[in-house]
Design a binder for this molecule. Sequence first.
Ligand code: IVH
Length: 674
Amino acid sequence: MSQGMEVYDAQQRAEELHSLIRYHDYRYYALDDPEISDAEYDQLMRELRQIESEHPELISPDSPTQRVSGAPIEAFGVVQHRIPLLSLANAFNMADLEAWYARAVRLVDTDHFSMVCEPKIDGLAVALVYENGRFVQGATRGDGLRGENITPNLRTIRSIPDVVSAKKLPTSFEVRGEVYMSKQGFEKLNQELADKGERLFANPRNSAAGSLRQKNPRLTAKRPLNFWAYAVGWTEDGTELSGQWEALNWLKTLSFRVNPHIAQTDTLQDAERYYQQWVDRRHELDYEIDGMVVKIDDFELQRQLGVVGREPRWAIAYKFPPTQATTKLINIGVNVGRTGSLNPYAILEPVNIGGATVKLATMHNEDDIHRKDIRIGDTVVVHRAGEVIPQIVAPVISRRTGEEQPYVPPELCPSCGEPTVRLPGEAMRYCTNRACPAQAFRSLEHFVGVMDIEGLGERWSSALLRAGLVADPGDVYFLTKEKLLTLDRMGDKLAQNILDQIEKSKEGSLSRLLGALGIRHVGWEMAERLSARFGSIDTLASASVEELMSAGGIGPRIAESVYRFFHDERNLEIIEKLRKGGVRMEEEVKPPKEGPLTGQTFVITGTLSTFPRSRAEAIVEELGGDIGSSLTRKTDYLVVGDSPGSKLQQAERYGIKLLDEQTFLELLKQHSAV
Ligand code: IVH
């Protein structure tokens, strides 16, 4: 290709990219309704930057690389930012981060920097102005120079203080930070919108943006918005802040919410380690973060490094691998669950999301499909977070061709061909045939899983059903070695192993058995509650709906379901078989220990360094306390060990008291238990 031709192509592509990016900016910032994933957007920007670096003559002042996106909407009134709100350059891998660091080191001629690492909150940047300690004006970032005045809306956010006080408060100052919506708040909001038949938000960021820009602040007030402060924009007389770390701590003393996971690092290796840790742990947080922001701490160095375009040289956004992508929905398949529920799932054109190939995704239920108006053949946004099964977020309406087909739920069960029904009040469709092979398989698989009969996994459960050796979980207890050995590829040793496990499972707890039976709406926690309250299968089976509801925490839906389960002939037959097979059906009644911790429930999470968790639990019980496996309203304390996992956020949400290992030990020591 001739040189001229190449330039021509580059110019044409650059122009295409300008209009594409502008269009997607408009969808994202103005409509709060993006059509492509952030990763795809970043890809467009990267391509444009690449072209511009090869053909600098193509850089025009209106190129998207030369400005921060999102012109303010006039309706709100425009605020001129005293100091521009900057954007951040992105790093997508270690090499990018290292290059950023190396450049900074070179420019200020030093050998190393102190840095502050902060979670990059996926929300909206706002700038809050305080005068004489009072919040007087709040604005969006807008294009970085001019934003929208959304003061009344920001006033509805409780974590933004109206008044702040300190010994030496500057006469005026500006705090910058991110307004966001928690994942839980977002789910709840979407559920409410769905109940009202209104349009759903695609993700927490969009719902935060949409909520913040309501024309009516009363509507904003109803939305669960929150705020993290991450910078001091400017101050007028007073307060000499020398760096980012100090600034964040100052903000904390003024009662702004500063993210607890910020960290100070002295080496790039530490920053990388910190990033890696949060790649793995980001899903534990109840809000979305899409990367880490690494900032050089010292303000003097920041000043020396300065800004290129709108991006400071002293900070960088080290982005996480994306969790969303778009792909084509080829078809919708249906699985039959153990309760007979028909569970639709998406069959996708394979797509890479954050390093994993995704071909299937859950679609919850048919209502959800219709609510989101997902059609077969649609381009869809797929979300995959950590180990969680991928989900379909929404269709990309603008990519419709007209060929897409709405989903028609099957009238007949795909496994047994019997009619399916939708019960009033249930979001699911069910196969009504209790002899449905798919149901039989799923319930057996569930039963052996919960009863810890590992030898009978998916493979042998299915073989036993096919061979007619087992029709339901009750039959498991009448298996013999002879019967097992008739199965293809079953050996003597494995058969014995399975029989040993079956034998052992007979002595399991009542709650385990209740969980294994697969009563609709009865999960682990409920099984434990039922077993503690009723003590035996027979007492439970003969309880009326009212009696069931008199046990704490059991609502009408669960009570109905339990009642129905124990008034179904087939279930009673299974229970009889289990009884004859020797399965224990009562709870061992342990007289409750009386002690200083009587009446208090503890849950322990994470690893303790002093002794194993089981030992800690035994000590609590010795002292009369109760141990719970999951957090409930009855939990009094959560003991937090190392790598605590999601319970920590849950406890914070429920307002459960947290004990770190040290405090917990002291409590035990007080009662001379250790
Ligand atoms: S610092 C250099 N810190 O990311 C000044 N920004 O791409 C840039 N963001 O507009 C802001 N968390 O909306 C900074 N801890 C954090 C952040 C953060 C989220 C957002 C902010 C900004 C965008 C830049």
